[in-house]
Design a protein around this ligand. Structure first.
Ligand SMILES: Cc1cc2nc3c(=O)[nH]c(=O)nc-3n(C[C@H](O)[C@H](O)[C@H](O)COP(=O)(O)OP(=O)(O)OC[C@H]3O[C@@H](n4cnc5c(N)ncnc54)[C@H](O)[C@@H]3O)c2cc1C
Length: 444
């Protein structure tokens, strides 16, 4: 069809044809409903193909209005295309911050709900769903439904984690959390092995935020050596006086951009080796307490716009699994040994302790989640296939917001909840009209 474009997710892989349309209100979206399969798209920060409609994709960014805010409870009502970055710019100076945030603030409210995103506080605060009071969902029948734990409760729960496959979120009410300053008290703990890293997570379960960066090239006795970072929102009395005088001032470093996509990846084994050694050494020397800005604690990658381009035209995939607590150490040891042996490494390797599972189709389960980036290529394809098999062998599952490669057969074993979701979609007349390239690939 002449009006088709090729779209990708954040990983620039895979590239899929679709009809891309913008809409600024519910009526415009209803007019675009496409029986051949449509899906909503937020800011395109999911990695693979979940935000690419099989036939039509609706760009939601024009629905970006604030509707109401209650400064007694922190309840914000806004349209689904508003980003967390926009919410933070408006509400942080008033003392409010998202209760849960992923590692980039360039996600929309709709995208955060549809993927039911988690943050560095999942062990304490759960995922995004815990902080959603209600949302209005436009069904493929053209009907708008207010969904909450009291109204259309089943639809409410499947939508959070349902990857746009239950309807289009038009607006939502979410609770923000009060904060006294724009600063985080960070404690940096270097660890020498995986066992030490996991012990440090368990010993610091009371920390509000925790996340570890793993050196994926370390092997042998150093396998799993990490830099664990803990964080607490700083109170105003914890800031030195020049900062306390202007407690919500943001210290944002220069924003860099990658203006074009090089034909080949700039991220190869030697670059990663050098980076990992440097990063570990630098942060080990920073062990202890420091005061860091909200932007550098939560969103270090956002300082480089379009950083996804450094992987070249073929793009990259992210592998993110969660392993249940009992199997986590054995599973992570197997995976990290395999990655170290491949000498492929991963620039971004993040480990996080997750809290209890909530919701019928959300990603998190109690245990450890590991996220890794790999450039697309035959070697890494074989490696990620092995990592998926290891996830299966240890009773874990994969994150759909990061998935570009899983097959329907793998999905049915890794996450049998997908079969229940697909059945529920069929029973409710959603499986025909709401389809993404990911839902086709996974048989959802
Ligand atoms: C650097 C980086 C770090 C990240 N860190 C984390 C992290 O720490 N934790 C985490 O959980 N995730 C993380 N992510 C993933 C990201 O949070 C999710 O993919 C999120 O869904 C992206 O939001 P988006 O608005 O860009 O949505 P898109 O990528 O455009 O879409 C994602 C899904 O949401 C659906 N959707 C979007 N808008 C709507 C709507 N209005 N109605 C219905 N469905 C809709 C789409 O159909 C699609 O299935 C990270 C991503 C990046 C790039």
């Amino acid at each position: 069809m002449a009006d088709r474009v090729e779209l990708t997710g954040w990983g620039l892989y895979p590239r899929r044809p679709t009809r891309l349309r913008r809409a600024g209100n519910a009526a415009a979206i209803a007019a675009l409903l496409d029986p051949a399969g449509m899906i909503a798209r937020g800011n395109g920060r999911a990695y693979g193909d979940p935000a690419i409609g099989l036939s039509t994709t609706i760009d939601m960014r024009r629905l970006d209005r604030l509707i109401a805010f209650d400064d007694a409870t922190g309840l914000l009502v806004a349209e689904a295309g508003l980003t967390l970055a926009e919410i933070i710019d408006i509400f942080l100076p008033r003392g409010w911050f998202p209760a849960v945030t992923p590692g980039t603030k360039f996600v929309t409210l709709g995208g955060a709900i549809a993927a039911d995103v988690h943050g560095k506080n999942h062990h304490g605060e759960g995922s995004f769903r815990r902080h959603v009071a209600w949302f209005d969902l436009l069904g493929p029948d053209g009907v708008e439904r207010r969904c909450s734990s009291d109204e259309h409760a089943e639809l409410f729960h499947w939508t959070m984690g349902g990857m746009g496959l239950t309807g289009t979120i038009l607006r939502a009410a979410v609770w923000l959390r009060p904060v006294e300053t724009a600063w985080i008290r960070q404690r940096t703990i270097p660890t020498a092995s995986l066992a030490e890293t996991m012990d440090a997570f368990e010993a610091n379960a009371a920390a509000t935020y925790s996340v570890a960066w793993i050196d994926t090239l370390a092997a042998g006795r150093s396998l799993g050596r990490s830099i664990l970072m803990l964080g607490e929102h700083a109170g105003v009395d914890e800031l030195p006086s020049p900062l306390a005088a202007n407690r919500f001032a943001r210290r944002r470093g220069p924003t860099l951009d990658v203006p074009l996509t090089p034909p080949i990846s700039l991220v190869g084994g030697p670059v990663i080796r050098a980076f990992n050694a440097l990063y570990y050494a630098r942060n080990r020397s920073k062990a202890g307490n420091s005061l860091v800005s909200i932007d550098s604690f939560f969103y270090p990658l956002d300082a480089i716009l379009r950083w996804n381009r450094i992987y070249g035209r073929r793009g990259f995939v992210q592998f993110q699994c969660v392993l249940p607590l009992a199997a986590a150490q054995a599973g992570l040891t197997t995976m990290l040994s395999r990655i170290a042996a491949s000498r492929t490494g991963s620039f971004l390797a993040v480990l996080k302790r997750m809290g209890a599972e909530e919701g019928p189709f959300s990603f998190p389960m109690e245990g450890y989640t590991l996220a890794l980036d790999f450039p697309v290529g035959r070697r890494t394809e074989a490696l990620t296939a092995e990592l998926r098999a290891m996830t299966r062998d240890h009773g874990g599952r994969l994150y759909l917001a990061k998935d570009a490669q899983m097959t329907e057969a793998e999905m049915s074993v890794l996450d049998p909840r997908g079969l229940a979701f697909a059945r529920w979609r069929r029973e409710h007349g959603l499986a025909g009209p709401l389809r993404s390239h990911q839902s086709e690939r996974l048989g959802l």
